[in-house]
Ligand binder design. Sequence first.
Ligand SMILES: NC(=O)c1ccc[n+]([C@@H]2O[C@H](COP(=O)([O-])OP(=O)(O)OC[C@H]3O[C@@H](n4cnc5c(N)ncnc54)[C@H](OP(=O)(O)O)[C@@H]3O)[C@@H](O)[C@H]2O)c1
Length: 348
Amino acid sequence: MSKLRVSIVGASGYTGGELIRLLLFHPFVDILQVTSERFFGKPVGKVHPNLRKRTNLKFCGLDDLQECDALFLCLPHGSAQKSIDRFKALAPRIIDLSADFRLNDPLLYEKWYKHPHERPELLSEFVYGIPELHRERMAKAQYISSAGCNATTTILGLYPLFKEGLALPDRTVVEVKVGSSEAGNKATAGSHHPERSGCVRSFMPGGHRHTAEMLQELAFGRDIRIHFSATAIDMVRGVLATAHVFPGKPLSEKEIWQLYRKTYAAEPFIRIVKERDGNYRLPEPKLLWGTNYCDIGFALDEENNRLVVISAIDNLMKGAAGQALQAFNIMNGFEETTALEFPGLHPV
Ligand SMILES: NC(=O)c1ccc[n+]([C@@H]2O[C@H](COP(=O)([O-])OP(=O)(O)OC[C@H]3O[C@@H](n4cnc5c(N)ncnc54)[C@H](OP(=O)(O)O)[C@@H]3O)[C@@H](O)[C@H]2O)c1
C-alpha cells in the first residue's frame, strides 16, 4: 500500500508537535511538510526536542506548501477560515484543530465568538470531530473540525446522560481544571513562570467559548443549559472535568454503570474508571499524559439527587492531536487506533 502524504500547518506549536510525534510512527503516512514562519528552515528537533534524531524534517513556510493527500491545520483561531480556499486547493482532506469550523450554526458562532464567521456557508461541510459521536459521518467526510479540549472532556462525560434525556436540561454545572499547554506555546504575561507557577486561577468562570460546542452536541433537540467554569492549575498537560448533574428521576448506581457501559463498551479510547479503593479510583489526568484515552468515572450523591461525573484527558492528545489522528484514521479507513496505542506512564 502506498503511503499517504500528509502535511502539518502550524507545526511548531504544541498540537503540531504532537502530530509530528504521532505521524512519524504511523505505518501508512509520510509527513511531507511541516510549516512554521518563526522557525523557517530550522530542523524540527530544534523546536520539539523530544524528536531529535527521529526525523530530518525542516520547517517550511506557509507559502511553500505543496499538494498532498491530507492537511492538519494547527493554526491560531481565525487563520483557517481566512485561508480555507487555499488549503482546500492543496488537499482533498483537511482536519482543522482550531475552533474555526466547530459550530454548525453561524449565529451560535457569532454569539460566542463575538464576530460574524467569515465563511458561514462552509460550516456545514465540516464534521464535528469527536469520533465517539460522529464516526459514521467522519468515515465519509472530507473536512473535519477537531473538537475543543474542554468541550471533549465535558461532552464525553455527559453524552450518555444527555442522549437518553436523563439529566434535568437546565441544571448541569461543570468545572474544568486545566494545564498550561492549553494556551499554546506563545509566552504571555499570564504564562510567565512566577505568575503561572503554583496558580489555581479561575480564568473563565463564565462565558467560555467551548460551552457552545457542548450546547451543540448535547442538546438532542432540547433546550439545555450547561453552566461551565474553567480554572487553570499548576499542571502542563491535562483536563479534569467535574460535572454536577441532576437527574430528572433518581438513578441507581447500577443503572448508571449500565448506561455508561452500553454507550462506551466498544470504544477503544474510553475507559470507565470507578474503583472502590486505591489512589486512582477516579479519573486522573496525569495517568493520561501522551495517551488518547478519555477516562470517565462517577459518584452518586443520593441524598441530593446529584450525580457527579468526572472525566479526564490529555488536552494535547484526546483534546487535540490524538483525537485529530483518530479522525484521520477513520476518514481513511485505517484501524482507528493506528499510531495511538501508547498506554501512558506510571509512575509519572
Ligand atoms: N493547546 C491545546 O491544548 C489545544 C487543544 C485543542 C485545540 N487547540 C487549537 O489548536 C490550534 C493550535 O494550538 P496550539 O496549542 O498548537 O498553538 P501554538 O502552540 O500557539 O501554535 C500555533 C502554531 O501556529 C503558527 N502560527 C501562529 N500564527 C500564525 C500565522 N499568523 N500564520 C501562520 N502560522 C501561524 C505558529 O507557528 P510560528 O512558528 O510561525 O509562530 C505555531 O506553529 C489553536 O487554534 C488552538 O485553539 C489547542
